[in-house]
Structure formats: structure tokens, C-alpha cells
Ligand binder design. Structure first.
Ligand SMILES: C[S@@+](CC[C@H](N)C(=O)[O-])C[C@H]1O[C@@H](n2cnc3c(N)ncnc32)[C@H](O)[C@@H]1O
Length: 205
């Protein structure tokens, strides 16, 4: 184990730190997570990433399986494993073949855990389902309500369905209002205390 990452005193495994130990690798990992930092300064960009995502661990209250629906290159899952202090068994779903292959490479021994949405059988359930919904997903539309039911349906009984919102605080609130009006009863809503505008909301199933 070697110390520190993005200014935190936590000790991380060398293998985790090695994912971002050069500018080139850091840029590749962040871009593979759909984060395009401008200007790119390695330590600052990593710090900004961590500030924008670390608060998600507040919703992860124990060990279990977790699927990131829209997992990109799997780096969020890998970070949540380190940040949460819980033993998380990672699974990912993504419809972008290139990013899905990057996720398989991030977890070589668990490559079979990373699936195209069409490969995720309806009956497969997880202790945590995390879905960072795209800014353009309008939950007034019935097709997106159907999608929501489908993704949420992968949550195990006693598990937690967590939605992530990365738009502006106003847009995130509007999305929450529509979701509630259309029947989603959230058990908790958490604004990112690090103050980058992100929000998560979850339902205990
Ligand atoms: C912004 S990234 C999210 C990465 C990570 N989950 C996070 O929260 O930082 C969104 C990912 O969702 C994927 N995605 C978009 N539409 C999707 C769909 N219909 N089914 C599965 N994945 C989808 C994209 O390919 C992309 O990799």
C-alpha cells in the first residue's frame, strides 16, 4: 500500500494508484469516464473527479454487489471500492462497446461482470443499483418511465436503487420533481457536500 491520492490521507493499493500515476493514464481514465477536464492538470483533475463522485459512498452502507448502469470504463466502480470502506463486488452495464471493453480491462478477472444492456437478464439482481441518468433523459416520457422501472427492477429485495444527477442543481431538482410526481418515492436525497452541484437520491427496496 502506498499513501495518498488527490490530497486524501487514505492509503490506497499501489495497483489503484497506478491507474493514474502519469498524465497520460489519468487523462485516459477520466476521458473513459466521460470526464473531459479543461484545462487538464493531473492532480487538480483527479481532485475534481473525486469531489464530484466521492459523496456517492454515503449511499453505500455495507458490503454487497453493485451494478453501475452506464459504467463507462469502470473507474467509478473502482473508486467506490476504495472510497466506500465496504466490500463491493462490481458489475457494469454500458451500451458503448469501447468503454465496456475498458471496464473489462479495469477488472480483468471479472470481465464477465461487464455487459451490454441486452445481455443483462431481467432476473439479475444486485444489492446496489447505481444509475447516473443522462442530462437529456426526460422522465415525463413514458418510455423513460419504463426504462426506470427496468433498471430499478434489478435491485434486490432489501437493496438500494440509487440515482445520480450531474446536471445543474436547478435541472436536477426539476428531474426529481418529475420523478416524484410520476410515483418514485425516494427515501433520501443528498446534494454533493463538496459543492459541485451533483445530487444522488435513493430508494430502499
Ligand atoms: C457519464 S457516463 C457515467 C459514468 C459513471 N457511471 C459515472 O457516474 O461517473 C454515462 C455512461 O452511460 C452510458 N450509456 C448511455 N446510454 C446508455 C444506455 N441506454 N444503456 C447503457 N449505457 C448507456 C454511456 O455510454 C456512458 O458510458
Amino acid at each position: 500500500m502506498t499513501p495518498t491520492h488527490a490530497g486524501h490521507a487514505t492509503r490506497y493499493p499501489a495497483e489503484f494508484l497506478a491507474l493514474t500515476d502519469t498524465d497520460e493514464k489519468t487523462l485516459s481514465v477520466l476521458n473513459g469516464s466521460c470526464v473531459f477536464a479543461e484545462p487538464f492538470v493531473r492532480e487538480d483533475s483527479l481532485m475534481a473527479w473525486e469531489k464530484s463522485r466521492r459523496f456517492i459512498v454515503e449511499a453505500l452502507h455495507g458490503d454487497g454487489t453493485i451494478v453501475d448502469y452506464g459504467c463507462a470504463n469502470g473507474y467509478l466502480l473502482r473508486c467506490l471500492q476504495e472510497w466506500s470502506g465496504s466490500r463491493l463486488e462490481p458489475f457494469g452495464v454500458d451500451n458503448h462497446p469501447g468503454r465496456l471493453n475498458q471496464a473489462r480491462a479495469m477488472f480483468p478477472s471479472l470481465a464477465h461482470h461487464f455487459l451490454d444492456p441486452a445481455e443483462l437478464t431481467e432476473s439479475r439482481i444486485f444489492d446496489y443499483v447505481y444509475w447516473a441518468v443522462g442530462d437529456n433523459v426526460d422522465f415525463e416520457r413514458q418510455e423513460n418511465q419504463n426504462w426506470l422501472a427496468l433498471v430499478r427492477g434489478h435491485t434486490a429485495p432489501g437493496g438500494r436503487f440509487i440515482m445520480g444527477f450531474y446536471d445543474t442543481p436547478e435541472a436536477n431538482q426539476r428531474k426529481l420533481t418529475v420523478l416524484r410526481a410520476r410515483g418514485t418515492a425516494f427515501d433520501a436525497v443528498l446534494d454533493n457536500p463538496a459543492g459541485s452541484g451533483e445530487m444522488i437520491a435513493w430508494v430502499d427496496c
